[in-house]
Design a protein. Structure first.
Length: 196
């Protein structure tokens, strides 16, 4: 009986040692500068850390002023901000940007129509995010316009990159493009080079 008790005690101690090892949390080696997120927004002037890269996101849109459309439209100005959507490798963010009234000439010095000329509300997105260098899948969108475009970019460490979306407006019945007709697409530039 005593031997059986010793064996049972020995097994209990061995079991506790084994289970104790299972409950440990092992931390990953090396720094984790942006955690488990694909990207984080940069809100200060500190330089990017080793193993990360900063990417400036720039975009704009001009919409008709409030009351321009008789029955209203999702393209008219938004008092609560105009939403710009960004998705990188599955992580999504929506920034609501306040607009400012802008009145500019409708024609250039040669008499040609300026797509963003006239009275309207301009919304300008200018954000910087931090992520890991390498290839990334980017989706940029305007939820109010049900518009989305996708690009693939490769970012090099040690450089500040700029991804810019320049609006390309729809054409009206009179054969010219302007913001009153809404957005058709965006021309996309990475560090000044047209990529879409």
């Amino acid at each position: 009986m005593r031997t059986r008790g010793l064996v049972a005690g020995f097994l209990s101690v061995a079991l506790l040692i084994a289970l104790g090892g299972c409950g440990r949390v092992v931390k990953q080696a090396g720094p984790q500068p942006i955690g488990t997120e694909i990207f984080t927004e940069v809100k200060d002037q500190r330089p990017s850390q080793e193993g990360t890269v900063d990417l400036a996101i720039k975009a704009s849109i001009k919409t008709p002023p409030e009351g321009y459309y008789l029955y209203g439209s999702r393209a008219t100005s938004r008092k609560d901000g105009f939403p710009f959507e960004l998705n990188i490798d599955g992580q999504e963010v929506i920034w609501k940007i306040e607009g400012e009234e802008e009145i500019s000439s409708r024609y250039d010095t040669n008499g040609r129509r300026i797509p963003e000329g006239g009275r309207g509300i301009r919304y300008v997105l200018d954000k910087t995010i931090r992520l890991k260098p390498g290839p990334h899948h980017v989706t940029f969108g305007l939820p109010l316009e049900d518009f989305y475009t996708e690009v693939r970019v490769t970012l090099k460490e040690g450089e500040l990159h700029t991804l810019e979306f320049q609006p390309f407006y729809a054409m009206g019945r009179r054969g010219y493009r302007d913001f009153y007709h809404g957005i058709k697409t965006y021309n996309v530039f990475l560090d000044g080079t047209h990529i879409k």
